[in-house]
Design a protein around this ligand. Structure first.
Ligand code: TMP
Length: 210
């Protein structure tokens, strides 16, 4: 039985999720034990699956294989990390969860979103986050941020996959429209301080104000 608080964090690449999560931690710590984790990964078996998925040498990976690997990593992560943290009553902050598969493999790669919903449900036994913070950013701005962090221009692959990233963002906006109670959109193009303040305000209102 779930006793903790389950928050997932989503967004296109370069939205700055990780920096925001880091800054939210001290505020959340006033309200309980905080556990942060990520997908794909978070536990050793799922981190190994992550290496297989993201290995740049694996150019021949089929789209359905990719989807199934994300789903397999999710299952293992759920059993070893998510469920125990929630049962212990922790505040759980997960960097990417079910919506990433719908946005990237569904809208991005063009796989059937209904199949992905089914697979997500199969992997999670129907567990959905209490709240999903969706960090929205213009795709080109997000990719430019990544290039800046890496210290070079947007590479050819980043540019070639612009269409995919655009479909991913559209995917997120579509999920947001369908589930407005669970997902809240945050404008991630603002200065980091403002993005953190907006995210905190949503969390505080949802969980910590009577
Ligand atoms: P990260 O860079 O946020 O750690 O995520 C790794 C990549 O994996 C990112 O490009 C998004 C992608 N991804 C999917 O395509 N499907 C999924 O289900 C998840 C969890 C991530």
């Amino acid at each position: 039985m779930q006793k903790g608080i389950f928050i997932s964090v989503e967004g296109p690449d370069g939205a700055g999720k990780t920096s925001v999560i880091t800054q939210l931690l001290p505020r959340l710590a006033d309200y309980g034990k905080v556990v942060t984790t990520r997908e794909p990964g978070g536990v050793p078996i799922a981190e190994k699956i992550r290496e297989v998925i993201l290995n740049p040498e694996h150019t021949g990976m089929d789209d359905k294989t990719e989807l199934l690997l994300y789903i397999a990593a999710r299952r293992q992560h759920l059993k070893e990390r998510i469920e125990p943290a929630l049962e212990a009553g922790n505040i759980l902050l997960v960097d990417r969860f079910i919506d990433s598969s719908v946005a990237y493999q569904g809208f991005g790669r063009g796989l059937n979103p209904a199949d992905i919903d089914w697979l997500n449900h199969f992997a999670t036994d129907g567990l959905v986050p209490d709240l999903t913070l969706y960090f929205d950013i213009d795709v080109e701005e997000g990719l430019a941020r990544i290039a800046q962090t890496r210290g070079h221009e947007v590479n050819r692959l980043d540019m070639e996959s612009l269409g995919l990233h655009q479909r991913v963002r559209e995917g997120y906006l579509s999920i947001l429209n369908k589930q407005p109670d669970r997902l809240v959109k945050i404008d991630a193009s603002q200065p980091l301080e403002q993005v953190v303040a907006d995210a905190w305000s949503v969390i505080e209102t949802r969980f910590f104000k009577d």
